[in-house]
Design a binder for this molecule. Structure first.
Ligand code: XLS
Ligand code: NI
Ligand code: NI
Length: 438
């Protein structure tokens, strides 16, 4: 079989002092942390679109990256070569999962049937490569945003004909995801929103979106595709406003339309920041409301206002992310999908490896830091102590619903002002630094 990343070996674990840039310093898949191996905890996935289809173009410039597999020949042939290259990269990195859109893996043709035939051909190849390697999708999804027919939305399009197209694409993408043994299925509504309210019927669009998602949930049951469905929140880009704005907006929407039983969230770091939150806020909200599902791991740039999708090599953020995930019970069907792409000047195929190695190492360190934080129980203890008064007489009466305003007023008249207590933020931040840097 052709080699698409010659000169790059299977990436070994060499430990913290290693000098070899093509080695893990911290990610040792078999190392046990808190009763599970790192591989079981972290469930890394490589994303197909950025890693294999992004070639360095930006709104001002042409592609910069040449790849052996992304040639200019017959598109199905190119798709096959790309799939083989993908499994070479997955295997060399030692990741067990990948994520894809239907149109990343197989070229769209003139009609739906031809497109589906292309997909079937590539999926057969992917199945074989999966059998050989034991790698499978963390999730699949349908691209409902690139083709011009979706310019005004997919499930929220003013035209039912386009709604039908979206349904047909999702139907096939779910079938294919099931066939490949995907552990989940994602809905990201890049064009489910609006450019201007002057031509938009928001009520109708959001109700149609709910109808669409209900049909998807029904179809999942119909074909026995027994995995979680995820909504991936994002507030904008490409649409000016997207209906799945953030975790709380999605939660309210799912609740309002009776869809909570079928959907969870796939939370992405750079989408959280575009919504004016940080990742930890979104995770905390999802866990607090029992809708956490999976993570798209990347990061943005504070000085740029868009979805830069950089690789998540930031150790403190990885540590706090894993702290939140561990506290919530760890991943079940979900995992860490690197929805991230190289910078435009990182033109070498080896850069794909450096990017993934650095992010996998960051999360391995983050996992260990998070496990220590939990074992020592310091942060947990600080929070418990801060709310300790709720265990007292007054707190218990309020939380059990035993009292109302009149009794609370009487309490204040009797006892006067509360004592002011420090939130100790700076001290807590110092403790965190001790853990991160020791
Ligand atoms: C785009 C999204 C997209 C989804 C999958 O911003 O992150 O890549 O993860 O459609
Ligand atoms: Ni994104
Ligand atoms: Ni994403």
């Amino acid at each position: 079989m052709a080699e698409y990343f010659p000169g790059i070996p299977r990436i070994p674990f060499e430990g913290p002092g290693a000098r070899n840039p093509l080695a893990f310093r911290h990610y040792d898949p078999s190392e046990v942390v808190d009763g599970r191996t790192m591989e079981q905890h972290l469930r890394f996935a490589v994303c197909y679109w950025h890693t294999f289809k992004f070639a360095g173009s930006d709104p001002f410039g042409l592609p910069t990256m040449e790849r052996r597999y992304n040639g200019s020949g017959d598109p199905v042939r190119v798709a096959e070569e790309t799939m083989v290259a993908a499994f070479e990269l997955f295997s060399k990195l030692g990741v067990k999962f990948w994520c894809f859109h239907d149109s990343d893996i197989a070229p769209e043709a003139a009609t739906l049937s031809e497109t589906n035939a292309n997909l079937d051909r590539i999926v057969a190849l992917a199945s074989k490569l999966q059998d050989d390697t034991g790698i499978r999708p963390l999730w699949g999804t349908a691209n409902l945003f690139s083709n011009p027919r979706f310019m005004a939305g997919a499930a929220t399009n003013p035209s039912p004909h386009v709604f039908a197209w979206a349904a047909a694409k999702v139907k096939k993408a779910m079938e294919v995801s099931k066939e490949l043994g995907a552990a989940g299925y994602v809905f990201w509504g890049g064009r489910e929103g609006y450019e201007t309210l002057l031509n938009t019927d928001m009520k109708r669009e959001t109700e149609n979106l709910a109808r669409f998602l209900r049909m998807a949930a029904d179809y999942r049951r119909e074909i026995g595709f027994d995995v979680p469905l995820y909504i991936e929140p994002k507030p904008k880009e490409p649409a000016k406003h997207q209906y799945d704005f953030d975790a709380a907006t999605c939660h309210a929407f799912l609740q309002r339309h009776g869809l909570l039983g079928d959907f969870r969230l796939n939370i992405e770091v750079n989408h959280a920041t575009l919504a004016g939150h940080d990742m930890l806020h979104e995770l905390e909200y999802a866990f607090a409301n029992d809708i956490f599902g999976s993570i798209d791991a990347n990061r943005g740039d504070l000085l740029l206002g868009w979805d830069t999708d950089q690789f998540p090599s930031d150790v403190p953020l990885a540590a706090l992310t894993m702290y939140s995930v561990l506290r919530g019970g760890g991943f079940t069907a979900g995992g860490l999908n690197f929805d991230a792409r190289l910078r435009r000047q990182s033109v070498d195929p080896a850069d794909l490896f450096h990017a993934h190695i650095g992010s996998m190492d960051a999360f391995a360190r983050g996992l260990k830091i998070a496990a220590r934080l939990r074992r020592d129980g310091i942060l947990g203890g600080i929070v418990r102590e801060r709310y300790a008064e709720w265990e007292g007489e007054l707190g218990r009466r309020i939380e059990s619903g035993a009292c109302g305003f009149a009794e609370l007023e009487a309490h204040v008249l009797r006892t006067g002002e509360p004592a002011l207590r420090s939130g100790r933020q700076e001290m807590i931040e110092n403790i965190l630094n001790d853990y991160i840097h020791s």
